[in-house]
Structures are given as structure tokens and as C-alpha cells.
Design a protein around this ligand. Structure first.
Ligand code: HEM
Length: 532
């Protein structure tokens, strides 16, 4: 009885304290009333974050607030607050994405790599070498080469599994293939090693169908496929673990039985992954050392590029001091993690969203066919080149319109490292802001008919110039991979639509997604046939 009363009193105390703090907060802003513990994080937030953020803007205006994981977050939906937050100056207080505190730095590095690096000096160094690697013309050529190659590989599986023809459309979940396709392209570009996730999926499907594998499909050894699947799975577990470390307090992680077990599993997985990276890096270092200095490296992947950065093999090295700044294995590891995590899920989910909207709008698909047919003249086998991509005008407009309509990242976070005045209020150090991407991309003051899907609006080069690239973020911490992913996505569109017609199985069904920080597409059931 005593114990129940104590618990009850503690809860009452907690609730009163919570609302006292809430109603006496600094600069109170409109926003949904939060609940103790969960704040504004309802289940619906996760299922429909795009709707959630769109409604925030419509209901509460251009500046409002929410509480997530116990933290107050100021949500901004007006581009006039934009320039200050997304400045190109590294001296700005808005150069950090989120606070690296609570459980996060125990699990993710706070001063390594690019994405979560809060030490601006170290971030600048890493970002410089990262950008050098992924923006070089040789790397961008590799993006095109591997997108072409992996597409051809995917087709060999499709031919065997579905025997796609002109007359009878075949049903398949295109999202499953896009995820694996992107993983395979990203892995080889990042690590210089093939992942075989498409092949592994082909194995699963042919087993399910009791199908005998075609001799056309060349399988590498079972062990290689299994090893690469394990690596990709471990990577996903590693990234997912971040949320666990943010949400579950340290004491619970250390002492509560189920949670302690989960913590240990995450650490063990991280150990496995870090060792796998070390092996990759050591092996590649050896290969590079064995190559003569005069020879140009045959691999243009990010790993090779980071190993040689600021060494005597680096064509971009320009002073003798740079030698001191070549990367350690640990630095390389975290840059590779950032490259793989930054590119695989974003590109695959956005590509699925893109195909969904194209298939949903037959008039858009028709114009895509026309544009692509004009470039390829019925040649459905030659590799797509940079010149082909340069000729595209309608396809990039469709990509922009889809990203306006259904952005893959519904908000962009920033966190201030010193007090500042923003949107007319003074904010203390540590205030967290979300730039409401959905709100802005559908804001009636900035777009005519924002609810209409009109790719042609982006033919006007001057239209909302500042907002066009919201898909990839802004300012000093914008996405360094925007060029490579634009190439990959446009190349994919050419390869797919010059040969195949894609229709949604149910054109009226909404796209199935789940949304945390990222819009994750769950499935994309389509009917696919060869174009006549
Ligand atoms: C469709 C594909 C992609 C989308 C939609 C996307 C989107 C974004 C966005 C919105 C940001 C945050 C920008 C900000 O905070 O202002 C970001 C950051 C980042 N992205 Fe991407 N990205 C994509 C592909 C890639 C690729 C291919 C790579 C690597 C090659 C990459 C690596 C990164 C990294 C490392 C950061 C952190 C930058 C920093 O903190 O300095 N992304 N991305």
C-alpha cells in the first residue's frame, strides 16, 4: 500500500513538474500540448512524419515548438529564417546538427568523421577530404559505371525470375530491388569491394519459387554472399543502435536485464563491424603500397582515395606539410561509415518514392519516355553516359518536384553552440531547431498550387532559387553526396524507362512508408513489362 502510494505520489510530482516547466518556459511558442514522458511523439508521428510536419506549419504557423525525447525543439517553416541558419561560415553558431550528449557519444564518435562530428576543426579536415573523394571527376565516373553495371546484373536476375516480356506484366516489389541495388552500388563506390545483396535476394526468391538457377546468372561463392550480407546487416544494426542510446538512459542500459543484454549485443556488433573495417583498410593499404608510385590507382573508390589523401600518391597534395595530415585508419573508418550511411538509405528510399510518383502520374511517365527515347533512339543496351545525363531536362525537374512533394528527410536539424537571436527571439546555447522541410516545400506563399504535382514548375531556373536544393540541405553542412546521387538517380531513370514500363499494382494506394528522421519506403508493388 505504502509502495503504491509512493509510486502514485512520484507520478503526480513528475506530471506537475513537467507542466510547470512547460508553462513557464522561455519564449513560449504555439504547438501541440505535450504529454509527460512521450512529449509530442505519438505513434502517428512515426508513420506519417511528413503529414505531421506539414500540419505543424498549417496549424501553428511559421514558428512553433514540439517536444521529442524530452527535448524542446523549435520548428521553423519560413525561409526568411533560412540564411542565418544555413550560412556558409564555419564561425556561425549553427554548424552543429544535434547535441552529442546523453548516450550518443558512448556509441557514436563525437569528434570523428563528418556527419556527427561536433569539433569544427576536425570536421573541416574530414569534410575537405570527404568532398575531395566524392566530388572528383574519377569518382563521379565510377558512380555512372557502377550504376550501369549493377543495373545489368539486376536484369540478369529479373530475366531469370520473372521472364519480363512485352505482353504480360510481371508483379514485383520494386522497393526490395531498389534497396539492394543501391546497397550494391554504394558499397563498391565506398569500400571498393562488391556487396552481393541483389544476388542474395535472388537466391532467396529462387529458393522460394523452387526455381533452378539459370546458368546465365553467375553466382560468386556462397561464403562471399553470406559475408557481405552479414556486413550490411551489421551496419544497419549499428546505425539503428544510435536511437537506443539516445532514448534509454545510461543507468537502465547498465543494470536493467533486457536492456543490458541489448546494450552488450550492440557493442558486440560494433566490435565486429569495426574489425571488418580494419581488415578492409589494412588490406587496401597493403595493395596500394605494393603498387608502383608511377602507376595510377586502378580503383577510384572512396577508401582508396582517403588512404592516399595527403600522401605522396595524392595528385591534389600541394605542400609538404600535407604529409602530416594523411588519415589514420580510425579516421578513414568513420568517413566510410558516413559515406555508406549517408548514401544508401537516402538514395534508395528517394528512388522508390520517385518511381512511385512517376508511375502514379501516367502523363509524367509519358514525358519521361519521350525525353529518354529522344536521347537513346531505341538503343536499350549501351551504357548511360555523362553526356546523356547532361541532355536531361524533364527528369531532373521530376526529381525536384518529387522531393518537394515528398521529401525523404522531412526536417533538417540544427543546434546552437552559443546564444543567438533567431526569428525575433533570443535563444540560449543548446537550443535545438528543426527546419521544417515539408512545411517549406508546400508553403502556399512560396509555391503556386503547392498540392499539385507539376514538374514543369522547375523549368524556371529562378523559381525559389534558395529552396530548390532542400532535398540535400544547405550551408556548410549540406550534403556532399548530392552530385553523385543525382547522377545515380538520373542514370537509373534512363536505364529503367528506356526499356521497361512500370505501373503501380494499385494506383490509388498511398505509398507505404515509415518515418523517423528519414522517410523509409516499405514496399513498392508494381507491374513491369518490356516497352514496345
Ligand atoms: C538522394 C540522396 C541523398 C539525400 C536526399 C541526402 C540528403 C542529405 C541531407 C538533407 C543532409 C543534411 C544537410 C544539412 O544538414 O544541411 C545530408 C548530409 C550528408 N550527406 Fe547526404 N543525401 C543523399 C546522398 C548522399 C550521398 C550519396 C552521400 C555520400 C557519398 C551523402 C553523404 C552525406 C554526409 C556525409 C552528410 C553530412 C555532411 C556534414 O555534416 O558536413 N549523402 N544529406
Amino acid at each position: 500500500m505504502m509502495f503504491t502510494t509512493l509510486i502514485f505520489a512520484t507520478i503526480i510530482f513528475y506530471v506537475i513538474r513537467f507542466y510547470y516547466k512547460y508553462f513557464t518556459r522561455l519564449n513560449p511558442l504555439p504547438g501541440p500540448l505535450p504529454l509527460p514522458i512521450i512529449g509530442n511523439l505519438k505513434l502517428s508521428t512515426f508513420k506519417n512524419a511528413d503529414k505531421f510536419f506539414g500540419e505543424l506549419n498549417r496549424k501553428y504557423g511559421d514558428i512553433c515548438e514540439i517536444i521529442l525525447s524530452g527535448k524542446r525543439i523549435i520548428v521553423l517553416s519560413n525561409p526568411k529564417d533560412f540564411n542565418k541558419m544555413f550560412t556558409m561560415s564555419t564561425k556561425s553558431p549553427y554548424t552543429t546538427r544535434f547535441p552529442m550528449k546523453d548516450g550518443l557519444p558512448e556509441y557514436f564518435p563525437a569528434t570523428f568523421g563528418v556527419s556527427s562530428n561536433k569539433d569544427i576543426k576536425s570536421w573541416r579536415y574530414n569534410r575537405h577530404l570527404f568532398v575531395q573523394a566524392v566530388m572528383s571527376s574519377t569518382y563521379l565516373q565510377e558512380v555512372l559505371n557502377w550504376t550501369n553495371k549493377c543495373f545489368v546484373e539486376k536484369e540478369s536476375y529479373w530475366n531469370d525470375l520473372y521472364m519480363i516480356n512485352e505482353n504480360t506484366p510481371r508483379e514485383l516489389d520494386l522497393n526490395k530491388w531498389i534497396v539492394r541495388f543501391t546497397n550494391d552500388v554504394t558499397a563498391v563506390l565506398t569500400f571498393g569491394e562488391r556487396a552481393y545483396t541483389m544476388m542474395a535476394y535472388y537466391e532467396v526468391l529462387s529458393k522460394e519459387d523452387n526455381k533452378k538457377r539459370s546458368s546465365e546468372v553467375k553466382l560468386v561463392s556462397y561464403n562471399t554472399v553470406e559475408k557481405s550480407e552479414k556486413f550490411i546487416e551489421s551496419f544497419k544494426t549499428y546505425l539503428g543502435g544510435g536511437t537506443f542510446f539516445i532514448v534509454v538512459p545510461r543507468l537502465l542500459r547498465k543494470y536493467v536485464p533486457g536492456l543490458k543484454g541489448k546494450t552488450q549485443k550492440l557493442y558486440a556488433n560494433r566490435e565486429y563491424l569495426y574489425n571488418a573495417f580494419s581488415e578492409l583498410i589494412t588490406q587496401r593499404r597493403k595493395e596500394i603500397e605494393n603498387e608502383s608510385l608511377e602507376e595510377t590507382l586502378d580503383r577510384k573508390d572512396m577508401l582508396s582515395s582517403l588512404i592516399i589523401s595527403n600522401t605522396e600518391r595524392d595528385p591534389k597534395r600541394n605542400d609538404s606539410n600535407s604529409y602530416e595530415l594523411s588519415m589514420t585508419d580510425e579516421q578513414i573508418r568513420f568517413n566510410l561509415i558516413d559515406a555508406f550511411s549517408g548514401s544508401s538509405d537516402t538514395t534508395s528510399n528517394f528512388t522508390s518514392i520517385l518511381i512511385y510518383y512517376i508511375a502514379k502520374h501516367p502523363e509524367v511517365k509519358k514525358k519521361i519516355f519521350e525525353e529518354i527515347d529522344n536521347i537513346f533512339n531505341g538503343d536499350i543496351t549501351r551504357p548511360v553516359s555523362h553526356n546523356d545525363i547532361k541532355e536531361l531536362k524533364y527528369c531532373p525537374a521530376v526529381i525536384r518536384e518529387v522531393s518537394r512533394f515528398h521529401p525523404v528527410l522531412p526536417m533538417i536539424p540544427r543546434y546552437i553552440t552559443e546564444p543567438d537571436n533567431l526569428a525575433g527571439y533570443n535563444w540560449p546555447t543548446g537550443t535545438q531547431f528543426y527546419f521544417n522541410v515539408v512545411g517549406i516545400l508546400q508553403h502556399p506563399s512560396y509555391w503556386d498550387d503547392p498540392k499539385e504535382f507539376i514538374p514543369e514548375r522547375f523549368f524556371d531556373d529562378q523559381l525559389n532559387k534558395d529552396l530548390r536544393n532542400l532535398l540535400f540541405g544547405f550551408g556548410v553542412r549540406n550534403c556532399p553526396g548530392y552530385k553523385s546521387s543525382m547522377i545515380e538517380m538520373q542514370c537509373f531513370l534512363c536505364l529503367l524507362f528506356r526499356k521497361y514500363d512500370v505501373e503501380l499494382v494499385d494506383p490509388n494506394a498511398p505509398l507505404k512508408t515509415v518515418i523517423g528522421f528519414l522517410t523509409a519506403c516499405l514496399e513498392l508493388p508494381v507491374r513491369i513489362k518490356l516497352r514496345k
